[in-house]
Write a protein that binds this ligand. Structure first.
Ligand code: GCW
Length: 841
């Protein structure tokens, strides 16, 4: 063996050895709190870390803080700190509130006053010994300080001359879960509830504790655990002790539990004949109920209320206002320090679509602005970031700038209801950041949304951020390993909305996957571009996500928005598209903003391209600021978006061997699926608007599929053609299905030049059957699979449309390609088309 070989083998062994720890199989359960062992060099930096940790308080939170520090240091540095409870007799890491530290270190004072949950990391003399001190105004702050210290170690930051104060931007940093008592989660995409099963709280709450730990590590201090479409039984006397068990699991991590309630509860579970908020018996009922809750759960957070919305009961039954309803509950909670989160998502979903002046976007402002100043101080109006409903692109809700004498919180959606449901990559902090930075011109000077919701602009006592999280029992919480960056990013932005999304993405990647710089860059690049990419193939120019709004909110469903009362109209017709919301000729929604913002949106010329169709109806030939016509933009952006989605697969493949195989494969499978589904979206939207507008694509993409062979055009044995509705949701509006149990086949001949090819089989994978497929080239089986993905569909259409890519096929003209399908239950081995491309070099 020559020398070069020996060197190469040693290098290979070292490489493997060096990565062994990083590459152990991981489920993602630990999220960003993996505490993976640091490499030797990095670990050396922390050699002077004291060998013991002393916790001065004796609360549960203090205990948890100490344990977490032990766990983190053991994981990352391989050292077990000596744990103590009394003043140190050696150099130590000291944990305690400022009050607890006062006796031991009287001179200790942070440079700025510590607010609730803020903390200070410093060094100093405690009891005569040099110590690393983690202190805060309250115990939760101490716990946050511990996480911050561990973060620094994980991110390889120096601890010398440590002197850092961190304060939360706003007091409210909450997540909501939309869990039902039966264990399902509304708009949850990662398994069943961690809280409930079969109408009760789960016996095993381990996952609840783990969730609280993740939340605490990013500064989230409250969680509403059940669906805002609330089951009134949650307030039954017999249920309350069960809730107390969840609160007990949260408490050590400083997470306050709260619940969503049905406003009809006094009648539905209380036995009264009314739930009129102005009826004294109703007020008394709430008071008694709340007192009872606090007897069991002394740190209970409060109630979230969805009322007069999407069929929920509300004060309108008695011609009362949202403030009447909110205040009666707020009075009951006030003595205990509880809050009411009253949601501004109140609108009429039976709007007359024929009336061009009607506009759902106006509802939140119309309902709540007149009540500004009428809400009690412990009421927070929880406002979705946009006026419609978590679309991939919306303007900021005007209500956020219009409440001056009322507390508010912005509601963001971590669970990707309209943004790909954790099957598509869509990192949302860049969107949230745009929203939070948007200047509402609500008063003199700059008034960005972040200041408004935090209560800074109008000096409100409270306010902040609420994220709809909907984690589930899936080991990795949100199903897509990369989607956890959204939960992380929400917490980080709620703590400090001035952070930049790239820093957040990089930090999350390093904590989640390791610090290899090219890996961090690749993943952060993918994350940062992903919202734009998703937007570009799912809906143009602010027309909203063109999804099926009547069903899953997942795949394309362009007409589902129109001609019904839900009000998510895009008003597309043969001549043009967009909803006119100007004052001059439209619904007048634009005037709900302060003057400078209203002016911006009132005119077609000044409205930014990405929101043009939200505010204006324009002809397809209208020329955008970008220089393209609207219709050409629709075509191009959908083609570019689908191409960029395909690029993610290539980018990810570069990381093989740098990430443990379990997570590598899991992400790869999702990205491959996304690349295929982006084409489903692209084709549906482009074909639809090509047909509607009659304007051809100047680049010749839309409506042109040279490499495609429709299944219905193949030679069919047993398979029968079916029409698909809406027609744009299958190629050429048709598919084939097999209604005979023994199976069917579709065959065609390859006619192109000899060479290496890849073959995409576009089929439909419903969740009510597991069909089997085989592909044969001249009787040789080249691939086979079972259609057993869990997509949100029970029938043929865009939600179930998916693809199998068979790579590296040597094909010659005349080869016979045959696809065999065997149906199962309701799923009839449905096929859409095949596409054949030359193999990439
Ligand atoms: O986005 C819509 C969802 C509903 C949800 C509602 C809401 C919980 O489609 O599933 O209900 O908003 O926010 O109340």
């Amino acid at each position: 063996m020559n020398c070069r070989w020996i060197v190469a083998i040693i290098a290979a062994l070292l490489f493997v050895g060096g990565h062994v720890d990083d590459l152990r199989a991981e489920t993602g359960h630990e999220g960003w709190l993996r505490y993976a062992p640091l490499e030797r060099l990095a670990a050396q930096k922390y050699q002077t870390l004291p060998a013991s940790v002393v916790v001065l308080g004796d609360s549960e939170i203090s205990g948890v803080a100490q344990e977490e520090l032990l766990r983190g240091v053991r994981g990352m540095l391989g050292r077990t700190l000596r744990a103590g409870k009394t003043q140190p007799k050696e150099n130590a890491i000291v944990l305690g509130t400022l009050a607890e530290l006062r006796a031991a270190a009287p001179g200790l004072r942070p440079s700025s006053e510590l607010r609730e949950d803020g903390f200070w990391l410093t060094t100093g003399n405690v009891g005569g010994f040099h110590s690393l001190i983690i202190t805060a105004a309250n115990e939760r702050g101490v716990l946050y300080g511990v996480f911050a210290l561990l973060n620094k170690i994980a991110l390889d930051e120096t601890l010398t001359s440590l002197n850092e104060v961190q304060q939360p931007f706003a007091p409210i940093r909450w997540v909501d879960q939309w869990d039902n008592l039966d264990g399902r989660i509304e708009r949850g995409y990662a398994g069943r509830s961690i809280f409930f099963e079969n109408g009760s709280v789960r016996a095993d709450l381990t996952r609840v504790r783990d969730y609280a730990r993740l939340l605490a590590s990013i500064g989230i201090n409250g969680c509403a655990i059940n669906n805002v479409n609330a089951d009134p039984r949650i307030l039954e006397d017999s249920f309350l002790p069960q809730l107390a068990r969840i609160a007990d699991a949260f408490r050590p991590w400083g997470v306050r539990m709260s619940i969503s309630v049905d406003l009809g509860s006094p009648k539905l579970v209380g036995g009264l004949d009314t739930f009129d908020p102005l009826d004294a018996r109703v007020a008394e009922w709430w008071r008694t109920k709340v007192d009872e809750i606090y007897r069991l759960i002394p740190d209970f957070g409060g109630f979230v209320v969805k009322a007069d919305s999407e069929g929920r009961l509300g004060p309108s039954t008695y011609k009362r206002t949202p403030s009447d309803a909110a205040n009666v509950i707020a009075h009951a909670l006030k003595p205990h320090g509880g809050l009411v989160f009253y949601r501004a998502f109140v609108y009429n979903h039976h709007l007359d679509w024929r009336d061009p002046k009607n506009d759902r976007a106006k509802a939140a402002y119309d309902n709540f602005h007149p009540l500004d100043g009428k809400f009690d101080d412990n009421v927070i109006i929880q406002v979705k970031y946009g006026p419609i409903d978590f679309q991939a692109r919306e303007p900021v809700s005007p209500l956020l700038g219009a409440l001056q004498k009322t507390n508010e919180a912005i509601e963001l959606q971590i669970t990707q209801e309209y943004t790909g449901q954790q099957r598509h990559l869509c990192f949302l902090p860049p969107m949230w950041k745009e929203v939070l930075d948007f200047d509402m011109h609500a008063a003199d000077g700059r008034t960005p949304v972040r200041d408004l919701v935090a209560g800074k602009t109008f000096h409100r006592p409270t306010g902040g951020f609420v994220g709809i999280a909907n984690v589930g029992l899936d080991a990795n919480w949100l199903a897509h390993p990369l989607a956890m960056a959204n939960l992380y990013g929400f917490g980080r932005l709620a703590w400090d909305p001035n952070l930049n999304p790239r820093a957040i993405a990089e930090e999350w990647t390093r904590l989640t996957f390791g610090s290899d710089p090219s890996m961090v860059r690749t993943i952060a690049d993918m994350q940062l571009s992903s919202w734009q990419v998703y937007e570009s193939y799912t809906g143009p120019l602010g027309a909203q996500t063109l999804t099926d709004i009547l069903g899953s909110h997942y795949g394309p469903g362009i007409e589902s928005s129109e001609q019904n009362g839900w009000g998510q109209w895009h008003r597309a017709d043969h001549q043009g598209i967009g909803m006119d919301r100007s004052l001059a000729t439209g619904t007048g929604y634009a005037t709900q903003y302060s003057l400078p913002v209203a002016k911006l949106y009132e005119s077609v010329a000044t409205t930014p391209d990405e929101l043009l169709l939200f505010f204006h109806h324009v002809p397809y030939t209208y020329v955008l600021h970008s220089g393209k016509t609207v219709i050409q933009h629709i075509y191009d952006s959908h083609y570019e978006g689908a191409e960029r989605a395909a690029g993610y697969v290539q980018q990810w493949k570069l990381l093989q061997g740098h990430i443990d195989d379990e997570r590598y494969q899991s992400v790869l499978a999702r990205l491959e699926y996304q690349a295929g589904h982006a084409i489903v979206w692209r084709d549906a939207i482009c074909n639809y608007f090509l047909a509607l507008s009659g304007v051809p694509d100047t680049r010749g993409h839309a409506g042109n599929f040279p490499d495609r062979i429709e299944a219905e055009a193949m030679q069919l044995q047993g398979y029968v053609p079916v029409e698909v509705t809406p027609r744009e949701n299958a190629s050429a509006g048709r598919a084939i299905e097999c209604l005979q149990a023994q199976g069917c086949a579709a065959t065609f001949r390859f006619t192109r030049n000899p060479g290496w090819y890849e073959l995409d089989v576009q089929y439909f994978d419903q969740n009510n059957g597991e069909s089997r497929f085989r592909v044969l080239v001249n009787d040789q089986v080249v691939d086979q699979w079972v259609a057993n993905d869990q997509l949100p569909a029970t029938k043929i259409g865009a939600d179930s449309s998916t693809r199998r890519r068979i790579t590296g096929l040597a094909l010659r003209p005349g080869d016979q390609i045959r696809i065999e399908g065997i149906p199962d239950r309701e799923e009839h081995a449905p096929l859409d088309y095949v596409e054949i491309h030359p193999s990439p070099e």
